[in-house]
Design a protein. Structure first.
Length: 372
């Protein structure tokens, strides 16, 4: 994704930011609304094609602004209809976004960082290290690319009905850019998605979950993957800093601010690791402390991993134990695994320019300070 150093990319702005920018350009703020419709409803990036915008304003925009979505390096379609796009960033980096079509909805999985510094042991994305946060333009640009490809028209021909921040990266470590992009996803002049149809998934940055509850009304998913601290620390190193008890406390506070809200807990099924009946019983005790539902995710293998997927019978036995205890539990259907587009398989191209653990700790400390 290459932008001019002298121009601002309009994809970097939510509605209020765009209105403020137009005022700075000496224009009426409502003109920004017109341009926003052209960008997100008609997928237009050439100001000259914006026919209800005066020529003087179009010339001014051409001189000072641009609309630059990520560049599609290639795309693949799986046998089940799942799409995966490899999108070029700067300096040889690339990210992946995945669209999952279903009978009643279409879900886009969006990345928030180039790589990831969390180093979860069962996730392919984490094996490449971390390069940088994505800008708001690079985040919402993934939605723009998919919407244009699909011929999505908000409020009329809607093929993209849900967005999940579950791609590469930890969204809460890129808080401001992610929140701004999610605002555009939910804006009627953007993609017009209902709040509940935009989901942010986190590995459990407790202070940032609290901050999110104060600034954005979206659905929350938590990557739990283990029912006790010892096992979760092995699988999700972030647990060393924020224990399960602390994480559930943040989830309780998030749900309390939103009546009738439930938190989704993601639980990857790893053969012989976290899939035994005693694990299910431990998980039941946790789920009774917060309005919740559980997504059981069959592990998706990748080169070099030591983990294996739990077999179907084990997964269904685990689900039955939870259901019998009145814990709403679903088994996620694996989609796009023939093109490495399934959960935990996204990799892209990441030039790891940091020592992952040092960078991760720095961002954790910065996130805690910013949330305070």
């Amino acid at each position: 994704m290459t932008t001019s150093p002298t121009k601002v990319n309009l994809l970097d702005y939510d509605r209020q930011g765009l209105r403020d920018l137009f005022v700075q350009l000496g224009e009426k703020s409502y003109r920004a609304d017109q341009v926003m419709k052209w960008i997100y409803h008609r997928h237009v990036t050439d100001f000259a094609q914006m026919t209800d915008v005066g020529k003087a304003l179009r010339d001014k925009l051409e001189a000072a602004c641009e609309i630059v979505p990520p560049k599609v390096l290639f795309e693949k379609q799986a046998a089940d209809g799942t799409y995966k796009w490899l999108l070029g960033m700067d300096g040889g980096n690339a990210i992946e976004a995945v669209f999952i079509p279903e009978a009643t909805r279409g879900t886009l999985c969006v990345s928030s960082q180039v790589g990831c510094g969390l180093n979860c042991t069962f996730c392919s994305t984490g094996t490449q290290g971390f390069n940088r946060n994505l800008s708001s333009a690079e985040i919402i640009g993934q939605v723009w690319v998919a919407a244009k490809h699909l011929g999505n028209v908000p409020h009329h021909q809607r093929k993209l009905t849900n967005v999940v921040m579950m791609g590469m990266g930890e969204p809460l470590l890129n808080f401001d850019n992610v929140v701004r992009a999610m605002s555009v996803m939910r804006d009627d002049l953007g993609f017009g998605l209902a709040n509940k149809r935009v989901t942010l998934s986190t590995a459990g940055l407790v202070p940032m979950i609290d901050k999110l509850s104060e600034s954005s009304d979206v659905s929350l998913a938590v990557s739990l993957h283990a029912p006790n601290d010892e096992l979760r620390t092995e699988l999700v190193p972030l647990n060393k800093k924020y224990s399960i008890a602390e994480l559930l406390g943040a989830c309780q506070r998030y749900a309390a601010r939103r009546p009738r809200t439930s938190i989704t807990f993601e639980y990857t099924m790893l053969k012989g690791i976290n899939d035994q009946p005693e694990h299910a019983r431990q998980l039941i005790k946790l789920m009774r402390t917060v309005p919740s539902k559980v997504n059981l995710i069959p592990f998706n293998s990748f080169t070099g991993t030591r983990f294996e997927r739990s077999d179907e019978a084990t997964i269904r036995r685990f689900q039955k134990i939870l259901l019998d205890a009145d814990v709403l539990t679903m088994v996620r259907r694996t989609r796009g695994d023939d093109i490495d587009a399934a959960c935990g398989q996204l990799k892209g191209q990441v030039l790891d320019r940091t020592r992952r653990n040092a960078e991760f700790q720095r961002r954790l400390e910065a996130g805690a300070r910013n949330a305070a």
